[in-house]
Design a protein around this ligand. Sequence first.
Ligand code: CAA
Length: 285
Amino acid sequence: MTREFKRVGVVGLGTMGAGIVEVFARQGLQVVAVDRDEEAVTRGRGHLQTSTGRAVARGKLTEQDAATLVDRVSFNTELKAMADVDLVVEAVPENLDLKRSIFAALDEICPPETILATNTSSLSVTEIAVATGRPGKVVGLHFFNPAPVMKLVEIVRSVVTEPDVVADIEAFAAALGKTDVTIGDRAGFIANALLFGYLNHAAAMYESHYASREDIDASMKLGCGLPMGPLALLDLIGLDTAYEILDTMYKQSRDRLHAPTPIFKQMITAGLLGRKTGRGFYSYE
Ligand code: CAA
């Protein structure tokens, strides 16, 4: 018998966290959504309202269903709100110390049976797990951006994750309507390990003035049938997140494919993070 998750928590309400909240609420789950302050919580709530509003405008959701969906989510600024959830998914920025401190705090707050999952894209699930007293109940649950749309989740088991926990999370992913792949704990897992060398190469090609951003994107979109070009995709992911993923993979493998091309740091310093700041390789104002 696999375990049923009724009340779930999400920590961190940035692009990924807010999208994960929406995935859960759409599935009828009660969601406790936590971020560190009112400003972050307001941003997360706004993200959910914009996304459900778009679904209403497209006739995919009635006004009433959208309101019911939003009502399933309780927003909070205190981790203590996670005291009675069955599962927590952490989706804060890719900083190992930050994630470890949140997992240590969740371990104190949540009941012993609660599964603690991280949405990390590239950090070590094992290093996060050992910050808790329940490493067997810690797992990676990696969604893709935009979380409500992308069908895949990567489930990451460390050498100490309990097999029952993996089975329960696999069943949960299927109940969410996602296709899951289960892998061991290696930076980038499957999809990012394959994707980010390509994205890095595209940014370097743009940086060298070899081709315009439009031509690079058109080539991959129209020539290779991808839903969007690499520079538009980097703007969607966020250049800060992309840099962190590349840097972590590079430090682990020392493969030059993943050495972040310098334009990432320059654009991040200038505040050009992509869609979330209104400008990246393209402008969104
Ligand atoms: N949140 C919720 N729903 C969204 C959304 C968002 N941010 N963006 C788009 N959608 C929905 C739309 O509402 C629409 O839904 P319906 O079909 O039900 O009406 C659907 O997605 C299609 O949207 P659009 O018609 O506006 O645009 P599109 O057809 O061009 O699709 C896209 C947009 C889904 C983003 C598509 O371009 C795409 O699949 N791009 C590639 C995305 C990708 O590769 N993601 C992985 C990034 S790597 C990653 O995430 C890993 C990591 O660790 C960082």
